[in-house]
Ligand binder design. Sequence first.
Ligand code: FES
Length: 158
Amino acid sequence: MAVSDGLPIGALAARTGLAVSAIRFYEAQGLIRPWRNAGGQRRFQRADIRRLSFVMVAQRVGLSLPEIRAVLQTLPGGRTPTKADWDRMAAAFRAHLDARIAELELLRDNLDGCIGCGCLSLPTCALHNPKDRMGARGAGPRFLLGDVLEKEEGRGDG
Ligand code: FES
């Protein structure tokens, strides 16, 4: 089978480690666009291995399918993306990664202390989130969402 004939879905599944049903799902989501050969069977570009590999990794770092679709839409549809195409896509993706890394660092550095969630269950909560001051900022673990307690808020007289 010549490369120009494209990859059958089984070969794509074998190389990416994805289930055939997952590949069909990503096709339905518009993340890959196979064509049909004379026999009506789906055929994929070899470059779709890289696209799907990107999808898998992007999902693993927490990107949603709409975010992944938006990044992949910076790549050309009808032709194999060039290095320059991927460079452009990578630049668009880097901002997401940097934000994700910052979130993960915040989680790593704060998980053993008060996260400002309102539980007041740790000894450090009285110091870092007295009387759940952080609740006034909104729902959720405020410190893991990037909020900090201002000095004057920390004083118990508010
Ligand atoms: S950990 Fe929940 S309020 Fe401190």
